[in-house]
Design a protein around this ligand. Sequence first.
Ligand SMILES: O=CC(=O)O
Length: 345
Amino acid sequence: TKPCGRRSSSFPSLDPPAGFVQELPYVLVDCIGGRYGVYEDHAEFLKKHFHLIAMKEYLENKKFLSKKIRAIYMWYHKPVIKEELLQSLPNLKIVASSGVGIDHLDLNLLSRYGVKVSNTPFVVSTDTADLGMALMLASSRRLVEGYQIAVSPDTEYFPADWLGAEVSGATLGIVGMGTIGYKVAERAKAFEMKILYHNRNQRNKEEESAVGAIYCKKIDDLLQQSDFVLLSVNLTPQTHKLIGKRELELMKPTATLINISRGLVVDQDALVEALQNKVIKAAALDVTYPEPLPRDHPLLKLKNVIITPHIGSATKKTRRLMMENMVESIHAGLRGLPIPNEVLL
Ligand SMILES: O=CC(=O)O
């Protein structure tokens, strides 16, 4: 196997033969435009491939549309798929879900209805790894605090108060060396970091040696030795609150926790306590629960925390690639071809 960081997804050509005319398949989306909907420019592209039906339109014309819809284009976890929706769509074949995480989907339920599922894991990995590095650097060099000082003309600046922690040469522990974790390791190597990693199920010696990472069979060893602990695991019942009070107490008091996976991988109450009591030094989080946090949440009041609003894959190029992957998967699913990035039970 190739190291996963270098995998490329090569899809079969899905263009119809010249002169071939076919009715566009009906595909359900939550909504188009607005803050949460499918982006307008993506919708233009999608409409060349599909009859896009927004949820509102579907609910208004359920009788006519329910047998026609054959795929759901699930953009950022919407529309929410409950059993009632599956019951009303007898010809549904595939749900194409954006992004890599599939914790919002009930795969057993979908499989019972004979519905296949795809996601877009490879195209999101580069941006998400970049964000992991950005959070690590921003936290250790105190970019957010520094910015606030720099733009507040009345605040005095005392150089001795501004000492951060070094990233170059420090030890990074990656929990979950999948495609994203591997890309973080590639970047960390360029920063001359010592790289440790822990995977629950599999050790990958080829990837390990490509980035010079050291495997920790026990997560505890990684937690004890790392200056930065970065979480890039899928959220599953096994990783739910993987990092709790005990794990935080194993970390160095000078260490920083970076989470680019899912908020629920961390016991957030235990994290607040650890940060308040200086059990660990800092946290840099792209994910929390809920998202966004309520305005009065204690994590928002701590100086040693930086938070971004779940933007791991949020670049124009990646979001476009995700959309294209989803189109390819839907076409393949509807034509009975192997589905690129199919999520198997
Ligand atoms: O969170 C983002 C994703 O799952 O890709």
